[in-house]
Design a protein around this ligand. Structure first.
Ligand SMILES: [Zn+2]
Ligand SMILES: [Zn+2]
Length: 366
């Protein structure tokens, strides 16, 4: 990758005419590469940059597909900083997608987006309007690629079929791809549309409503048919793929169709029982905490979870009880707790874990 903003014409870099044969390209690369090799110019950063440039130019001209892309689109096809999707070479995104459509790389016109949802939106389902750019007919020429008043003639490269046959791979299989000259339309304008540089296609802002079903999982894919790119004039639009990203919630997490949350309660409520207010997906409710609730115990609130996917009804909300010991005591509170401790120690049955612990301790050491 070159560091400058624009790729130099690779023919210029390799000092070659535009009709150079593959042998001439390889010979030029060997000659110039040896001359400017960094091993021979260890202190020179210009030699280093020159060598990189020679290498980048050779990468383009030695690859028939990349060379065809350069011949067709010029250096815009290899602009750094664009969508680096074509063998690591920076590409203008319109050109990158068009190249894929012509069989120089692969694309079915799919647009991929991430969609952030709150926990509640993902749990209950929603409709989200998403805004993005997609390739579609140029508004000025409506996909014809022709300037106003220009005539069109049959494409000579494909004879008007819009597709060309070529051989690929080791077995030389016969394949078809859209004609790169007319971009699959079969027609060539006498004067190209200036707005889209004769592509017939351009990138335009688009928006679409995406329906998110209830209980959608983080990372799941929602597809919208025909909301993607149109890569061939008058061709079909690809699809839009939306990957759901569920944002963390201050209270809730998920386990399947159940909603999990942790609720702090005082030692008094845990011991004598009482009501605490808890959040649910459908608002606040009062939860009854039974007497003698132990730290870490989980209370189940039926039907407050997420909708089941394959059957009717909803999951539950599981509430983990966090018993909070006061972190500061007034003198009176301290005195009351000491008295409470004395009272509790008179009856060893009320703290069974302590009793069992003490019994084991005695067995070990007494
Ligand atoms: Zn146009
Ligand atoms: Zn054609």
């Amino acid at each position: 990758m070159l560091t400058s903003g624009k790729v130099r014409n690779p023919y210029e870099v390799l000092e070659l005419p535009s009709n150079a044969t593959p042998e001439e390209i390889r010979a030029a690369f060997r000659r110039l590469g040896a001359k400017h090799h960094p091993d021979r110019h260890q202190d020179s950063s210009t030699a280093h940059a020159r060598f990189k440039e020679i290498n980048a130019a050779y990468q383009i001209l030695n690859d028939p597909k990349k060379r065809a892309a350069f011949d067709r689109f010029g250096s815009v096809a290899f602009q750094p900083g664009g969508n680096a999707g074509f063998d690591g070479v920076g590409l203008d995104t319109v050109v990158a997608d068009l190249l894929r459509a012509m069989g120089l790389g692969r694309s079915d016109g799919t647009v991929s987006l991430d969609l952030e949802l709150t926990f509640t939106e993902a749990a209950e389902g929603c409709t989200k309007e998403v805004h993005y750019e997609r390739i579609d007919h140029c508004r000025i020429c409506d996909g014809s690629a022709a300037a106003a008043g220009a005539t069109t003639t049959t494409c000579t490269a494909c004879g008007g079929k819009g597709r060309v046959r070529f051989r690929e791979g080791l077995l030389s299989l016969l394949s078809e791809r859209p004609c790169s000259k007319c971009r699959g339309s079969g027609r060539m304008p006498s004067r190209p549309c200036a707005a889209c540089e004769g592509r017939g296609l351009t990138k335009l802002p688009h928006s679409v409503n995406v329906a998110i079903p209830p209980a959608v999982d983080n990372g799941s894919l929602q597809s919208v048919a025909r909301a993607g790119h149109r890569l061939i004039p008058n061709g079909k639009h690809g699809k839009l793929d939306v990957t759901v990203k569920v944002l963390p919630h201050p209270f809730f997490s998920r386990s399947g169709d159940d909603v999990l949350c942790r609720v702090p309660v005082s030692i008094v409520t845990a011991a004598v029982g009482g009501q605490v207010e808890i959040p649910t997906l459908s608002g606040k409710i009062k939860l009854s905490v039974p007497a003698a609730t132990q730290p870490g115990s989980v209370l189940r609130v039926r039907g407050k979870g997420l909708a089941h996917k394959l059957r009717s009804g909803k999951g539950d909300q599981l509430v983990e009880i966090v018993v909070e010991v006061p972190n500061a005591l007034s003198e009176r509170a301290r005195q009351l707790l000491v008295e409470l401790g004395e009272e509790l120690s008179r009856n060893q049955n009320v703290e069974p874990q302590q009793r069992s612990f003490m019994d084991k301790l005695r067995q070990l050491f007494d």
